[in-house]
Structures are given as structure tokens and as C-alpha cells.
Design a protein around this ligand. Sequence first.
Ligand code: ATP
Length: 351
Amino acid sequence: MASEPAVELTAVRKEYGKTMALDGISFAVEPSEFFTLVGPSGCGKTTTLRLVGGFEQPTSGTVQFGGRDVSGLPPEDRDVGVVFQNYALFPHMTVSENIAYGLNFSEPPGDVTDEERVSELLELVDLAGMEDRDPAALSGGQKQRVAMARALAPGPEILLLDEPMSALDAQLRERLRITIREIQQELGITTIYVTHDQEEALAISDRVAVVNDGGIEQIGTPEQIYDEPKTEFVAEFIGDNNVFTGVITALDETVTVDLGEETVDVAPADTLDEPTVGDRMRFCVRPEDFVVGQERNSIRAHVESAEFLGDRTRVHLSWGGTELLALTDEPLDGEVSLGFEPADAHIISQY
Ligand code: ATP
């Protein structure tokens, strides 16, 4: 029999007075999985994490750990470790004392003393030698590693991380996310991670849930989320994208779409309803999938401006009244044709 999900939310709603924070969300996290909730500010990510941690209770719906209903259990009875955005270290305690605080309410896992456990954790988060420092004498990244060690001290089944890197600069975030991923894999601990940073979500996760306005838009591997967005929100929130609307004029191996001035072919999507000639539809093409200068299967657009990124140039174009983005190796100007392969165009809706 397949194992039960480590964490499963079923039809969870959360209302704060008249505010609907979560509108009946469901998802399952597998044991040892790194699962990320990503979405814009106010979409309900933190609320979801707090419900998993037991800091909030759902208005309706259930939260299960390993098939066991934990709705109603307080955080201390849930076997979760939590790391919040703002370190939350005790300033008057040393690094070791902060980590040992995580053992105040439970025994260390395995047959070790508290001191031995703290040493193990200092090694794990690569802070050996810094045990006697005050938190004030640590960098932001080191503080977050202490916070992570403290959360991991009792050997929880589940690790919850709420924007743990939001206070750090971009370079440090990139380094720390590699560390977090390595620690997660070394321990094999089921992890739920919250971020508003889509690049971070793609880089760090086994699977990603894109959250918008109290609901889940799509759950999938980073590749699925990036390559096969199922909704317009996902297409536009995850990475740059160009969205087109047109009318289906022919169906063959590809779907032919009239965009007004131009007609192009896109690959059919097996996940949508059978397309019909005359239906309107939307599809998207990534900036890196445009082939500048290709006349076949192309649209004509006007270059407005360009940003030199070092390895590539990001070109802003206008097509009718619509803004488009393309990535090229060389600067462009004037009128250009932007071609693309039908298979690189992803249908996101038809109506
Ligand atoms: P952010 O990235 O800004 O932290 P988020 O996606 O984590 O956003 P939540 O904090 O989960 O979003 O909030 C979801 C919605 O619920 C928001 O509209 C928020 O204002 C509301 N909300 C959250 N907590 C409370 C509360 N304690 N009382 C009232 N409303 C709340």
C-alpha cells in the first residue's frame, strides 16, 4: 500500500471575520518532499502554513498528518519545527543556548544528551565554532541557520519555513537556499516552504503550489509549473510570459489561431476540452522561445526598448496595443518578426 501523505489538507477554509483568507484548499505533501507555497502578498500562504503548524484552526475542512486528523491539536502536539521570517532568536542567549531552547519541551531524538544534540546541529548548519556568540554578532544568514537548528533540535517530522530569507540580500538568499535544500535532503524531512519569490520556489522545491487569492491555481514540479502553466495567473506569475488571445480557425495536428493581423499555429493541449473552430482561446509563449527574424509562424512587433542583462538582452516590444517581451543575444530595433514553434506555445484557456 502506498504510504499516507505526510501532510494533507482537505477543503480547508479560513475566514477572519468577513475576510476569506482560504477558500477551500486541498493538497497533499508526500513524506520527505520539499513542497513550496508561492504566491503574491496576501494570497493566503502564511495562513496555510499556520494552519499546518496548529497556530490557527480552520473554519472548516481537515488537516491530517500521516492519515491522522490533527485539526484541533496545538502546535506543541504536532511534531513540527517552524522557522519564521524574522529569526526570532533570543538576544540574551548564545547560539548554543538558542539551539538548546528547542529541546526545552522535548527530548532530543536518538540516544544523545542535549549537549551532543546541539553539537550535531551546529555541524549540520555549519556553525561549529560559533556556539558562544550572541545573535547580535551573527550575519542574517547565520541567524537563520541558528533558527533552523533550533527548529530541528527535537527531530520533528515536519519542517515549516515561512519566508525565512526575506530579510536577506539576493546573493545571500541564493547561498542559503542551497544550504536549506541540502539540510532538507540530508535529513529527508518533509518540508513546507512559503515564499513570494517564484525563482526561489522553482530552484528549491520538489513540487510547487501556486496560491492566488485564497485558492490554489496549480500544483506541480517546477518544470511543470514553468513549462505547462494551467492558468493565466500561473503563466504570468511564474517567470516572464507573453499571453495572446485569438479565435480558432482550423484544427489539424496543430490548432490554427487568428490573432487579428496574423494567424499562427499552436500545439493542442490535451488537458483542455476538445477545441472547436470558432472558440476563443488564450495561449502563452515564453520570451526565450521567440526566434527573432523567423518569418514562419510569427507575429510582427515593434521594438520599444532593451535591457542588457549581461548574457542576454531583454527586449520590450509592442504588438498592436500589447506589450511583449523577448530575450535575444543581440540588441534589436525597428520592426521585427517573432517566430515560435507551435510546441512552445501553451494553451491556457478556451472559451
Ligand atoms: P504575505 O506574503 O504578505 O505574508 P500571505 O500570502 O502569507 O501574504 P496571509 O498572511 O495568509 O497572506 O493572509 C491572507 C489574507 O488573510 C489576507 O487578506 C490577510 O489580510 C488576511 N489575514 C491574515 N491573518 C489575519 C488575521 N489574523 N486577521 C484578519 N485577517 C487576516
